[in-house]
Write a protein that binds this ligand. Structure first.
Ligand code: CAA
Length: 245
């Protein structure tokens, strides 16, 4: 059977890279997008060394036209995407009093509009195949809010509204749509928080530590599989107990 193709947006970053590795090791062909130049060649070499068939495209996922070009290239070079992991995301933290309109728009565009853009470009292909998985990476802060993150929390909460609606539209076509909501995970993004604030956040996590990217990736691999076909429209928390519902 042909290998299924998984697109992971932002697959060169902290959590995304680990998702790519575990998806590759699980037998998928891996495609990633990236924004910051200079890291793609290293990433491709690393994947190759691990025996993973991988492709990488520069794409601003907040731009719909760029996403259309991305999918045209993937369809031409690789094939039809069966698994979409909307992982790309940014933070531009600040209290609302200090937040600029640019900080608001950048975060909403990258973290929420992108989910529309990429899903729109691959939903027909998934429905025609009778199989698809869309996994949207939200955040504990989309569930509980966070001081200094009105932009990020709004985008991440919005992601799950999108998940629940699209899940209903495509359920009969073998396509599932789910949200995962990681808590604070040991990545560059979290290490950028001022140390004293980060230490306080960690102290409030019942498990007593940051999450590991490989723990998040394992959940993605499970949701991508055939066995997860009865899970749709869910928002799965993976946060060390920081937020319980
Ligand atoms: N609750 C209540 N009050 C708080 C507070 C909190 N959590 N944090 C700070 N304050 C208070 C301060 O004590 C200070 O009070 P005074 O003015 O009375 O002294 C005031 O708020 C500071 O307000 P400022 O607007 O000046 O805030 P700042 O510029 O100093 O810092 C911030 C704002 C940069 C957003 C900082 O609060 C911060 O870094 N917060 C953490 C944000 C965070 O968790 N980001 C997560 C990034 S990782 C990620 O997002 C991944 C994921 O999905 C989990």
């Amino acid at each position: 059977m042909a290998k299924k193709i998984a697109l992971i947006t932002g697959g060169l970053g902290g959590i995304g890279r680990e998702i790519c590795i575990q998806m590759g090791q699980a037998g998928y062909t891996v495609v990633s997008t990236f924004m910051r130049p200079g890291r793609d060649e290293r990433w491709l070499a690393d994947m190759k060394e691990m025996g993973i068939e991988a492709y990488c495209y520069k794409c601003d996922v907040s731009d719909f036209d760029a996403c259309q070009e991305l999918f045209a290239a993937i369809n031409r070079d690789v094939g039809t995407v069966s698994i979409l992991v909307n992982n790309a995301g940014i933070t531009k933290d600040g209290t609302l009093r200090k937040m600029t309109p640019d900080q608001w728009h950048d975060v909403i565009n990258t973290n929420l509009y992108s989910v529309f853009n990429t899903s729109k470009c691959c939903i027909e292909g998934m429905m025609n195949q009778g199989f698809g998985r869309i996994i949207n990476v939200s955040s504990v802060n989309g569930q509980k809010g966070q001081f200094g993150q009105s932009n990020y929390s709004a985008a991440k909460a919005g992601v799950h509204g999108f998940t629940m609606s699209l899940a209903q539209e495509v359920a009969r076509k073998g396509v599932t749509v789910n949200t995962i909501s990681p808590g604070y995970t040991a990545t560059e993004m979290v290490m950028a928080i001022q140390e004293s604030i980060r230490e306080q956040i960690i102290a409030d996590i019942p498990v007593g530590r940051l999450g590991r990217p490989d723990e998040i990736a394992a959940l993605v691999v499970f949701l991508a599989g055939e066995q997860a076909g009865f899970i749709t429209g869910a928002n799965i928390a993976i946060n060390g107990g920081q937020q319980m519902q």
